[in-house]
Write a protein that binds this ligand. Structure first.
Ligand code: FNR
Length: 383
């Protein structure tokens, strides 16, 4: 029976070859940050109110002026199409059916156009800036033409984090069968069969790019380190601001100074994120970074919390601290691997129903009832 995100995680683990599951779970260096993202939620405790009418729970909100039926947005995740054929399209459909946003990664398997055609939900496009600016420009043009509402610039990958497990596993794109993983792949023939109907197993937006056609098995880190621009600065944010007509979102904000700078450049939303512990290790937990960013922004931009969300109570805590919404990465990927579109819907439903229960038990039936007084100030954390 699947009653929690942890149950979905175990189902995903059973269904995927180890190299693919390890890619989802992956973290950088010693995994301090990925662990902290979870554990820090335990340091914030609730203050509940008794005898409040909680007969009408409302978890709806708005984000960038659009209604959201649930405050949970699907994070950009590269290579989601390795977990299920047309994985990004399935996840976008799941987001649509649950009234929320799907964010397509630059490094997806499904293309910008395929995902836009599959989904009837507000889509965001996540951008990595390439050394070859004509590639960046063409990504922007394609996202614009396909109707993506917002552009989400990820700023925490000047270089790839040190994912040792992927290196040990010899993880490549497309995934390769070699001596060390052949038995494991044979044990997951269901995945092999399912994936045989996938249109491709490489970065869909770059099919035909010379760096991808030169070799068919590109180490992901090697590929991205060659292609991503390490000289990106705030000047590029200004450039994007003037070249992207819709809302601009920055993902990977970890301090108040950067938050203020982004707001001064007209960025509409900030995502407080340490990339799920996959980039700089020993960054603090995302939830611990949130209050100071919220305070610095002073309501001039919306703030989204990303990293470590596995329970509805985590979402309630983030919103009480001032987040407008939360992003989830691995939780929806577990669902996608476990059961395709229905699995992503289940992940969203589990988190939303846990959030509802938390709101009722807290005595704060609407998201707008949540503020820092819903958390205990004597909790062993700086609020
Ligand atoms: C990611 N993440 C990510 N972020 C991004 O901006 N572009 C990307 O291509 C990817 N790719 C990616 C792949 C995989 C497999 C994972 C797990 C994550 C980071 C992602 O957007 C998000 O920040 C984290 O996943 C949030 O942490 P949780 O929810 O996984 O704990």
């Amino acid at each position: 029976m699947t009653v929690s995100i942890e149950d979905l995680r175990q189902r995903a683990q059973r269904r995927l070859p180890r190299t693919v599951f390890d890619y989802i779970e992956g973290f950088s260096d010693d995994g301090y940050t990925v662990t902290a993202n979870r554990q820090s939620f335990d340091r914030y405790l609730f203050r509940s109110r008794a005898l409040v009418d909680v007969s009408a729970i409302d978890h709806s909100t708005t984000l960038l002026g659009e209604p959201l039926a649930t405050p949970i947005v699907l994070a950009p995740t590269g290579l989601a199409g390795l977990l299920a054929p047309r994985g990004e399209e399935l996840a976008a459909k799941a987001a649509a059916s649950r009234g929320t946003v799907f964010t397509l990664s630059t490094m997806s398997i499904g293309t910008i156009e395929e995902v836009a055609a599959a989904a009837s939900t507000p889509l965001w496009f996540q951008l990595y800036i390439w050394k070859d600016r004509s590639v960046t420009q063409s990504l922007l043009d394609r996202a614009k033409a396909a109707g993506y509402r917002a552009l989400c610039l990820t700023v925490d990958v000047p270089v790839m984090g040190n994912r040792e497990q992927d290196r040990r596993n010899g993880f490549t794109v497309p995934p390769r069968i070699h001596f060390a993983n052949v038995l494991d792949v044979l044990r997951h023939l269901g995945w092999v069969l399912r994936m045989s109907s996938s249109p491709r197993a490489t970065f869909g937006n770059f099919v035909g790019h010379p760096a991808l056609t030169r070799t068919d098995a590109v180490g992901v880190a090697r590929f991205t380190n060659h292609q991503f621009d390490t000289s990106v600065t705030w000047k590029d944010v200004e450039w994007l601001r003037s070249h992207w007509p819709g809302p601009l979102v920055i993902k990977g904000i970890t301090n108040p100074e950067d938050a203020r700078r982004a707001v001064s450049l007209g960025v509409e939303a900030l995502i407080v994120s340490n990339h799920g512990g996959r980039q700089l290790d020993f960054l603090p937990a995302a939830i611990d970074l949130l209050p100071e960013v919220v305070d610095a922004v002073e309501g001039r931009a919306e703030v989204i919390l990303d990293g470590g969300i596995r329970r509805g109570s985590d979402i309630a805590k983030a919103i009480a601290m001032g987040a407008r919404a939360c992003m989830v990465g691995r939780p929806f990927l577990y669902g996608l691997a476990a059961d395709g579109q229905a699995g992503v819907e289940l992940a969203l439903d589990l988190l939303t129903s846990e959030l509802d229960r938390t709101l009722a038990l807290l005595g704060r039936p609407r998201l707008s009832d949540l503020d820092r007084t819903a958390l205990r100030v004597d909790a062993p954390a700086s609020l």
